[in-house]
Write a protein that binds this ligand. Structure first.
Ligand SMILES: Cc1cc2nc3c(=O)[nH]c(=O)nc-3n(C[C@H](O)[C@H](O)[C@H](O)COP(=O)(O)OP(=O)(O)OC[C@H]3O[C@@H](n4cnc5c(N)ncnc54)[C@H](O)[C@@H]3O)c2cc1C
Length: 458
C-alpha cells in the first residue's frame, strides 16, 4: 500500500516512477506471499479514505458501487471495547469495509494506469547504490528471474513493509542502524469467511468485541465485505492464539468478553478455511534520529512503523505518509528546483511527528498488559488511568465518543479531546471513577440499537 500510494504522489513530480515488487503479478484480488496479512480483516479509516479519494478521484464511489460496504463508525459499528458497548449515533466518520486484497487490487489498477508509473513484478531489491562521496543513494540492486541489474534513480523509496532490510543495508554502507522501539505482543489473528445466516438480523456492518486490558486478551471482529460475505477475524495476545479448526475457532469466539459475535457466527456457513497470521510485536524505527542519513533515500509505511494491527491504522498511516511525501517534494520543488538535497531528512523528521500519535496511543494501551514487553516510563500508570477512564467515558458520553473517533480515525490530533465542555464533564466522570467501580459507571451492557433515522449525536 505504501509503495503504490507513494508511486501515485511521486508521479506528479517525476518523469518516471518504477515500483519494484518481489511477488509475481497477481491475476486478481488474491492473497499473496509478500502480504500475508492480506487474508485478515483490514479497515481503512476515515482519514485514509479521504486521502484515497483525493489521490484517485471516484475510486471510493466505484468501490461502494461494486460491493464495498460504506460504514458510519457511530451508526454501523457494534463495538464493545474495554468492558462496554460504544454509543450508536450518526457520526459522519466513514470507513470502507472490504477485503485488503480487493482494496489493493483496485489501487494497483489505478496506479498501473498512470503514464509515469511502471509496475515491475517479480523483482527483489537487494541493496542500495551510493555515489562516490558516499553521502547519497543513487539507485538499487535488483534481482529478478532475468538476472541481476542495477537501477539508478534521483529518489529511492523503501516501502518493503515489516520485512524491510533497510537497517542492514544502511549499516553495511556505514550509516549505522536506526534506534528501534518495540512492544512485544505475541499476537495472532485467525480469519475465516462465512456466509451470513439467512435468519440473522443484525443492524450493524461491523461487529468488534475487544478485550479489557489487563484482565482480558481475546478479541474478534466481523466485517461485511464485498460479495455479501462476512470476514471473521479473531485475535489473541501473549500466545493465546485463535485455533484454525472448526470447533476451536467457534470455542474461541464463544469465550470472547461478549457472546454476541459467537451468536452471530455459530450457525453461519464457512466459505473458506481458517488461516492464522502471527504478529510478534509492534515496532517503530527512528530513522529521523540517525546521525548520518543518506540523501536521495526515504522510507515510509510498515518499514518505519508497524503498529499493533488491532487498532486498524496501518493503511491509513500509509496514506497520510504518502500525502506527506507529496507535500515535502512539492515544497522542495518550489524552494530548490531540480535538487533533492535535504529532502530525506526533512521527510523523515516530519514523518516521525505524524507517526507519534498512533504509535503512542497504541503502545500506551498495549503496555497496560504486564505481559507486553516494552520500555515502561515514569507516569505510564497515570496515563493508563487517564486513557482507561477516557475509553470508559466514551461509552457513556456521545460527544466524548465523537471526539475520540476523530482522533482514532486520524482526522484530528489530541486537541480534539481538549474542548473545555468535554474536559469539565471528563473531570467529573474521572472523580466519580475513583469511588464507583467500572461496571456501574459504564452501564452499557447490551448492544445499543442503531438510530432509526439519520440523527447527529450530541
Ligand atoms: C494481521 C494484520 C491485520 C491488519 N489490519 C489492518 C487494518 O485493519 N487496517 C489497517 O489500516 N492496517 C491493518 N494492518 C496493517 C497493514 O497491513 C499495514 O500497515 C500495511 O499493509 C503496510 O503497508 P506497506 O506497504 O508498508 O507494507 P506491506 O503491505 O507489507 O507491503 C510490503 C511490500 O513490499 C514487498 N517487498 C518486501 N521486501 C521487498 C524487496 N526486498 N524487494 C521487492 N519487494 C519487496 C512485499 O512483497 C510487499 O508487497 C494489519 C496488519 C496485520 C499484520
Amino acid at each position: 500500500m505504501a509503495g503504490l500510494l507513494g508511486a501515485r504522489v511521486l508521479s506528479d513530480f517525476f518523469e518516471e516512477v518504477i515500483v519494484l515488487e518481489r511477488d509475481p503479478a497477481p491475476d486478481g484480488p488474491e492473497a499473496r506471499k509478500g502480504v500475508p496479512q492480506g487474508r485478515h480483516a483490514h479497515g481503512l479509516l476515515d482519514a485514509g479514505l479521504q486521502v484515497l479519494e483525493s489521490l484517485f478521484p471516484g475510486l471510493v464511489k466505484e468501490m461502494y458501487a461494486e460491493g464495498g460496504e460504506r460504514m458510519d463508525m457511530g451508526r454501523d459499528a457494534a463495538w464493545h471495547t474495554a468492558g462496554s458497548w460504544k454509543p450508536r449515533y450518526v457520526s459522519g466518520i466513514e470507513l470502507i469495509l472490504c477485503t485488503r486484497t480487493w482494496l489493493e487490487w483496485k489501487v494497483r489498477g489505478r496506479v498501473g494506469a498512470l503514464r509515469q508509473v511502471k509496475l515491475r513484478q517479480g523483482c527483489s531489491v537487494d541493496g542500495l547504490l551510493l555515489d562516490e562521496a558516499r553521502t547519497r543513494v543513487t539507485g538499487v540492486k535488483v534481482r529478478s528471474p532475468e538476472g541481476e541489474e542495477t537501477l539508478t534513480a534521483d529518489l529511492v523509496v523503501d516501502t518493503g513493509g515489516r520485512g524491510s532490510r533497510a537497517p542492514n543495508w544502511l549499516e553495511a554502507l556505514g550509516f549505522g542502524r536506526p534506534e528501534e522501539e518495540k512492544v512485544g505482543l505475541q499476537l495472532a489473528y485467525t480469519s475465516r469467511f462465512f456466509e451470513p445466516p439467512a435468519h440473522y438480523k443484525g443492524d450493524w456492518k461491523m461487529m468488534a468485541v475487544f478485550p479489557r486490558a489487563p484482565e482480558e486478551w481475546r478479541g474478534g471482529f466481523i466485517a461485511k465485505v464485498e460479495g455479501g460475505r462476512w470476514l471473521v477475524t479473531l485475535h489473541g495476545y501473549f500466545g493465546d492464539y485463535p485455533p484454525t479448526t472448526d470447533e476451536g475457532f467457534l470455542e474461541f469466539a464463544r469465550a470472547l468478553p461478549k457472546p454476541d459475535l459467537w451468536e452471530a457466527i455459530r450457525d453461519a456457513r464457512p466459505l473458506s478455511e481458517a488461516v492464522m497470521h502471527k504478529v510478534p510485536s509492534s515496532r517503530l524505527l527512528h530513522y529521523e534520529r540517525m546521525e548520518r542519513f543518506p540523501e536521495g533515500f526515504v522510507l515510509l509505511g510498515d518499514s518505519v512503523c508497524a503498529l499493533n494491527p488491532v487498532y486498524g491504522q496501518g493503511m491509513t498511516v500509509c496514506s497520510l505518509s504518502a500525502r506527506l511525501l507529496g507535500e515535502v517534494v512539492a515544497r522542495q520543488a518550489q524552494s530548490s528546483p531540480g535538487s533533492i538535497l535535504g529532502l530525506s531528512r526533512d521527510f523523515q523528521n516530519k514523518l516521525a511527528r505524524l507517526l507519534g500519535i498512533p504509535w503512542r496511543m497504541g503502545t500506551t494501551m498495549d503496555l497496560k498488559y504486564p505481559q507486553a514487553e516494552g520500555q515502561r516510563y515514569p507516569g505510564l500508570g497515570l496515563l493508563h488511568w487517564g486513557f482507561g477512564t477516557l475509553i470508559d467515558f466514551t461509552s457513556v458520553n456521545t460527544l466524548a465518543c465523537r471526539q475520540f473517533y476523530e482522533v482514532m480515525h486520524m482526522r484530528r490530533g489530541m486537541e480534539a479531546l481538549m474542548r473545555p465542555d468535554l474536559l469539565a464533564a471528563f473531570a467529573a466522570y474521572g472523580l466519580k471513577s475513583l469511588f464507583v467501580p467500572f461496571p456501574q459507571r459504564a452501564n452499557v451492557h447490551s448492544l445499543p440499537q442503531a438510530p432509526a433515522q439519520a440523527s447527529e449525536g450530541a
